[in-house]
Design a protein around this ligand. Structure first.
Ligand SMILES: [Zn+2]
Length: 168
């Protein structure tokens, strides 16, 4: 992999690591991790190896058990939670991950915290606090939301019998 250059600093001192994860009742997902020795840039992405096609997954999250539903999100995956007005778009330095619904909600919480941490806008801060409170309720199964993931590369998925899968 000597021809790979760091997307951040163009150095050729890049390490690429691949791991194949076998997810029960789903298939194999390959995780690729790129680390630059010069600038410490790190990029993670995932790729579904079997039966992939551009699609949208829709899951109604309604109880605590749903927190453990497996989620594969590639850097091309768009995550939408309409009830919360949340959308995580692909592009930029978008990273892939293998996680679960709880992990997705944690990422949303973290993004909300980061976005308001340095803000002096009291209204914005109050809105953020409310959103974080709702996310806690969702984790405890007290509020229902819909989690949607769409991916034109077909490398994202919500792995549950409850999830609706649509071709896009
Ligand atoms: Zn670099």
């Amino acid at each position: 992999m000597g021809s790979v250059l760091c997307p951040a600093c163009s150095s050729s001192g890049v390490l690429l690591d691949f791991h194949v994860h076998t997810i029960p009742y789903f298939g194999e997902v390959m995780e690729s991790i790129l680390v630059c020795k010069d600038c410490n840039y790190r990029h993670v992405d995932v790729q579904i190896l079997e039966n992939k096609e551009p699609c949208r997954y829709i899951l109604e999250v309604s109880c605590e058990e749903d927190m453990s539903v497996r989620v594969v999100r590639s850097s091309m995956g768009r995550i939408i939670i309409p009830e919360l007005g949340v959308e995580i778009s692909p592009g930029g330095d978008s990273q892939g991950f293998i996680s679960n619904i709880e992990g997705v909600l944690d990422r949303v919480s973290m993004a909300v915290r980061t976005a308001t941490h340095w803000s002096d806008d009291e209204k914005k801060k109050m809105k953020a606090e409310m959103l974080l409170g709702r996310i806690d309720d969702i984790k405890e199964g007290k509020e229902k939301v819909t989690v949607i993931i769409e991916d034109t590369s077909g490398n994202s998925a919500i792995i549950s019998d409850k999830a609706i899968k649509e071709k896009i």
